[in-house]
Design a protein around this ligand. Structure first.
Ligand SMILES: Nc1ncnc2c1ncn2[C@@H]1O[C@H](COP(=O)(O)OP(=O)(O)OP(=O)(O)O)[C@@H](O)[C@H]1O
Ligand SMILES: [Mg+2]
Length: 528
């Protein structure tokens, strides 16, 4: 047996820290130098005792970083908490120490977070069994392989509180364990992973759930349900490498009941409370160089990874209300369409544009249920405010019978039957550097993202469906955009038309209406 496998072995780092602690208590190094030999011996015995305590009773000696403290305090008011943090920030440590306080009931004197005054039932869950062993199990119990029983108790749960006989395990992994609570009862701690089918969890009632690393949305939902009966809490700690998932969105948007702290490398100290160097600058710089450029924001700042994942990663949505745009004749106007087939609605977007400031306003959207024909919704285009306003149609609006129940195309119906001001030609992307005109959706989406980020595309608060779609809009690794996006698509056509100069003011229309309209040429033609 190696020396370090003896049950009373104490790692050198704790001996160093214990000595530092005693030196501090004694009032400095000089005082120690003046000790008599037997006093010195006594002090070394005290050091060994304290070092043992530091190793096997870590809960007593743990001092949270500022952001960890803030995270604990949120627990008083919020039952779903997220620590959305950079790598190496101390996420797993924070959640495993908090769990240990709850499991044992041994809260620090200055504790301002959630308190249970009875034993609890907790579940700690991570990506896979291997990951759970290496992180949650190792940090809670002290060993990543339960066979190394000499390490048991060197994690956040003190050795004396662990009921060794209660352990249920499978290979290296602990499945369940009981923890002595200060009331004399026992808390129960289960471990699980995200690959276990969530239905296996049905029937569990839990007080506390710990999720280390970003869980699939269904796993989160299943676990949060398990806490309902006992009015429990869910703690999530992760680096948001999976992008803006449904769960991250909830934290990011601070929906009711959800709170988070976001942690960047700037929030982590360079020296810990023992004066030891902690995650030094050179190491941070090297890692920054190691990370792929698109990962850096997530791994160093805890900002959800973008690229695959979220399409509009906005912290603040440019929403407006109460502006009197309708009565401003200097603003350009435009109406755009996304045409729906079968199960999709047709969405009509009404825009204003301030061409001086270059600000586009998505002022109103009308959702026409699928199956309604042009005759049924054309009245939206014929009222006093809309009549004559240029209408931007997508490329397929010219296809006969596709969106109408007749031989006509939407374009023909609008132009011929109702005399509407339809912009000739389909609205496509502007020509690229090589002069090519494409219809790639990502171009318009990118323009919308840029404009929204800069506050140049503003959305009226009534456009709720647009905002809902935009908040959840995602792109997968094959470049495919998520559904539904009818309201986004309708707006995209409008934005493309506006930036290509198709908007009209009341003033300019009055001047040029008679001469401007050019009839599109019939049949095939060649550009000369
Ligand atoms: N309050 C603290 N005081 C001293 N050291 C701490 C504290 N919190 C965390 N640490 C140390 O920081 C290091 C990283 O902690 P932890 O593994 O919890 O980070 P993490 O954010 O979960 O990392 P990863 O991104 O790898 O999952 C560990 O060595 C841990 O002991
Ligand atoms: Mg971790």
């Amino acid at each position: 047996m190696a020396k370090s496998e003896a049950s009373n072995y104490v790692a050198p780092i704790f001996k160093d820290r214990a000595l530092k602690h005693l030196v501090m208590l004694a009032g400095g190094k000089k005082k120690i130098a003046g000790l008599m030999p037997d006093q010195y011996k006594k002090m070394m015995r005290a050091r060994d005792k304290i070092a043992y305590d530091m190793q096997f009773n870590q809960l007593k000696w743990f001092r949270p970083f500022k952001y960890q403290q803030d995270f604990f305090e949120l627990g008083k008011t919020f039952s779903r908490r997220g620590m959305i943090a950079a790598n190496r920030a101390g996420k797993t440590i924070a959640s495993t120490f908090e769990a240990a306080y709850h499991l044992t009931g041994e809260y620090p004197k200055d504790w301002k977070g959630k308190v249970w005054d009875r034993p609890i039932i907790a579940m700690a869950s991570g990506e896979s069994w291997e990951q759970v062993a290496k992180t949650l199990q190792s940090k809670l119990l002290g060993c990543d392989d339960i066979k190394q029983s000499y390490k048991l108790g060197t994690g956040s749960i003190p050795k004396t509180q662990i009921d060794e006989k209660s352990i249920r395990s499978d290979g290296a992994n602990v499945l369940a364990i009981e923890i002595w609570h200060k009331t004399g009862g026992k808390s129960k701690l289960y471990f699980s992973n995200y690959t276990q089918q969530v239905r296996h969890l049905q029937g569990f009632e839990l007080d506390l759930v710990l999720l280390d690393e970003q869980p699939p949305d269904e796993t989160f939902s299943e676990l949060v349900v398990r806490t309902a009966a006992r009015n429990g809490q869910v703690i999530c700690s992760f680096t948001p490498l999976k992008g803006m998932t449904g769960l991250v969105r909830k934290f990011w948007d601070q929906i009711e009941g959800y709170a988070h702290v976001r942690v960047t490398w700037d929030d982590i100290p360079f020296v810990n409370e023992w004066g030891e160097a902690f995650f030094p600058k050179e190491e941070r710089d090297q890692l920054a160089r190691d990370f792929m450029p698109w990962e850096r924001e997530a791994r160093m700042k805890g900002i959800p990874l973008i690229g695959k994942g979220v399409v509009f990663p906005l912290l603040e949505w440019p929403i407006y209300t109460g502006l009197d745009l309708r009565n401003n004749p200097a603003l350009e106007r435009l109406i755009s369409f996304d045409l729906g087939q079968k199960n999709d609605p047709t969405v009509i977007s009404f825009f204003f544009r301030d061409s001086v400031e270059d600000i586009i306003y998505l002022h109103r959207q009308v959702t026409v249920p699928s199956g309604e024909t042009t005759d049924e919704y054309v009245h939206y285009l014929l009222d006093r405010e809309s009549k004559g306003v240029p209408i931007a149609l997508p490329h397929d609006a010219g296809q006969q019978g596709r969106y109408t129940l007749t031989e006509q195309s939407v374009r023909e119906a609008f132009e011929d039957s109702y005399g509407l001001n339809v912009i000739p030609g389909a609205i496509l992307n502007p020509p690229n550097d090589q002069g090519k005109v494409t219809n790639h959706k990502s171009y318009g989406i990118n323009i919308m993202r840029l404009y929204m980020e800069r506050g140049q595309l503003k959305i009226h608060e009534s456009c709720k469906e647009f905002l809902e779609e935009a908040r959840n809009y995602a792109i997968d690794e094959h470049g495919k955009f998520s559904d539904p996006d009818d309201h986004i698509d309708s707006a995209r056509i409008g934005v493309l038309a506006l930036i290509q100069g198709h908007g009209e003011t009341q003033v300019s229309r009055a001047n040029i209406l008679q001469t401007r309209r050019i009839q599109p040429v019939e049949g095939k033609y060649q550009r000369i």
